[in-house]
Design a protein around this ligand. Structure first.
Ligand code: GCU
Length: 589
């Protein structure tokens, strides 16, 4: 696959750095969502992989040729005659024959277009899992790798009047040097899983803006593309309207004294903001808050906060769950978390959609966001590091201005090796360089030196702002009763967040609380764990694993799991297990 991309690479324009502002309100954003034709291509016939004789255009599906046009010409594919998939959406849950499919699928849609003088156009993808090549009118715009972060290409000089052929090569094959690697506990949903948008901007436009708030002053860096000029920042409710000129680097800087109502879970106060430059205008809504660690406390707006959380995957509630596709899908998950009494969400194990982050912010959830450096990544590969760092920067670039996000997490349950420490140490340093305003963490593990003694020690702790531990006492280790006598050894001096704990139960499966996978067992497990964890002096946050049962190919137990990880407090259809009420009761107190 790498060879394939490298050979094609000779045609590639570079993927533009992410423009977190592009999708902001006020822009002329035309969704290209809908039914796209697709061709399943397990041997990459559409690229003619082995001979790479790119001279044979009829073999390359980017050309989007048609059989009916001239039946004397051999064309062995035709998107017009091919079936359709919905975009956005994973392919696995749209067709029985694609449920377990891992490989290449080609997507094609036709975009009718009218040029407008003085405008530029960008093709924006919310996410494609796992890697893709994008072609427009048989011009390959570029590639992207990483299944959960947005990317875009300028298409101003490629779009034509009338119909335009947009062809996307997508491949979700796992790989030992990919991020995540080839082994992970969630479904490998492939496809164009988030929105595709055609965005129009003026010749000179605001390509990125970032705001930091220190409690008194809001500082803005607003970057222009296509030239320089002046920028105006308006926050009407705060009586702010300020203009500044961009320097030679195209960046305008603002330092504004403000005294806003702080954003918090109890009062998720957002303010309209308008940024303009020339004819470009962006409207967004932002919150003002501060977050920092002081000793073993997490301070939100200067006051200690306890993170009443839950972890969740980006997967819908329903009888045929798949990747969340729209606001309704994420709203259903957030309403369940609100019902649980949460003020905090761990968006595991990869960046969720922009809709999820924005709606969580409106509803008053603090957020932990994470890149999928999950389990045993290829720590010694430079290419793997570059991939992980790119996903990190694309995540930060998209959500930098979201007050709800307080923690960037760089990894989950990774081995204590020298290579891993070096890899994650670089990633943590890069995170702090890109965003000094938020906390940095990684989910680590405890180890049992004996069944009665849990020890937390990890060199990574010296690099993170909080100590985050996944532990499964009562499930993978011992029984719920072991919580009563277990001794914990945890480094002091930093806040402790239990980033995962819990066990499995099949909704409606009732029996003794000694029997695994009964609701009674799971309820007992949570009662015992909450009692034990509540005694830890530096505990400042809890994340049951997890909100909802989710698909995983690692959970085949027929009649109980059936390809679902059953550790949800609710099942895939949203039905609440007894354990849900144990946690809700605990949080209510
Ligand atoms: C691990 C991992 C999760 C996984 C869970 C489980 O802690 O972080 O992604 O789903 O355990 O075993 O269910």
């Amino acid at each position: 696959m790498r060879r394939l991309l490298s050979v094609i690479g000779v045609f590639l324009l570079t993927v533009l750095p992410l423009m977190s502002s592009t999708l902001a309100g006020g822009r002329d954003c035309r969704p290209l969502n809908g039914r796209w034709n697709y061709i399943v291509d397990p041997m990459d016939t559409g690229i003619y992989k082995y001979h790479m004789t790119l001279q044979k255009p009829h073999k390359r599906f980017f050309a989007d040729r048609h059989f009916y046009q001239d039946k004397t010409k051999l064309v062995e594919y035709d998107f017009d005659r091919a079936p359709e998939l919905s975009v956005p959406g994973d392919w696995n849950t749209q067709s029985e024959r694609l449920y377990l499919y891992e490989g290449t699928i080609w997507y094609r849609t036709v975009v009718d277009f009218q040029k407008v003088a003085g405008r530029r156009w960008f093709l924006h993808f919310g996410a494609v899992n796992y890697q893709c090549m994008v072609g427009l009118n048989n011009v390959i715009l570029g590639t992207h790798k990483g299944g959960f972060t947005p990317f875009e290409f300028e298409v101003t000089d490629v779009l034509q009047e009338g119909p335009n052929s947009l062809v996307v090569w997508v491949n979700n094959t796992r790989g030992v040097s990919e991020v995540p690697t080839q082994n992970f506990d969630w479904w490998n949903y492939g496809g164009i899983t988030r929105d595709v948008t055609l965005i129009s901007v003026p010749e000179v436009f605001i390509k990125d803006w970032r705001m930091r708030f220190d409690g008194r002053e809001a500082s803005f860096d607003v970057s222009l593309d296509g030239g320089t000029g002046s920028v105006t920042v308006e926050i009407p409710e705060l009586g702010i309207k300020k203009k500044a000129c961009a320097g030679r680097d195209g960046v305008a800087h603002f330092k504004l004294k403000v005294s806003p109502e702080p954003w918090s879970p109890d009062n998720p106060r957002l303010y309209d903001i308008i940024l303009s430059s020339g004819v470009d205008r962006i409207e967004d809504r932002i919150g003002f808050r501060t977050v920092r660690v002081e000793g073993e406390d997490i301070l939100l707006n200067g006051k200690p906060v306890f993170l009443k959380g839950v972890a969740l995957h980006d997967e819908t509630i329903g009888t045929n769950p798949g990747r969340c596709k729209n606001k309704e899908d994420v709203k259903a998950l957030l309403e369940a978390a609100k019902d649980l009494g949460c003020n905090f969400l761990r968006l595991a194990h990869y960046p969720h959609s922009e809709q999820m982050v924005r709606l969580a912010e409106e509803m008053g959830f603090l957020l932990w966001e994470e890149i999928p450096c999950y389990w045993n990544i290829d720590w010694s590969s430079e290419e793997t590091y570059a991939n992980a760092e790119n996903q990190l920067l694309e995540m930060i670039g998209r959500d930098y201005n979201r007050a709800a996000v307080i923690i960037w997490s760089v990894a989950n349950e990774t081995p204590h090796t020298r290579e891993r420490l070096s890899f994650l140490g670089r990633l943590i340093a890069r995170t702090r360089e890109e965003d000094p305003s938020r906390l940095v963490s990684a989910a680590m593990e405890k180890k049992l030196t004996n069944p009665q003694h849990a020890v937390v020690e990890d060199e990574l702790i010296s690099l993170t702002d909080i100590i985050s531990i996944n532990q499964y006492i009562g499930w993978y280790n011992g029984t719920p009763a072991d919580c009563d006598s277990l001794v914990w050894s945890i480094p002091s001096g930093k806040p402790l967040v239990i980033s995962e704990f819990g066990g499995g139960a099949l909704y409606g499966n009732h029996g003794s609380d000694k029997e695994l996978f009964t609701e009674e067992y799971l309820a007992l497990l949570y009662r015992k764990n909450l009692e034990m964890l509540g005694k830890l002096p530096s505990l400042r946050g809890l994340c049951p694993w997890c909100l909802k049962d989710f698909r995983s190919p690692k959970r085949p137990l027929t009649g109980i799991q059936d390809d679902f990880n059953r550790k949800g407090l609710i099942d895939e259809q949203g039905r609440r297990k007894q354990a849900f009420f144990v946690v809700r009761d605990y949080y209510s107190k």
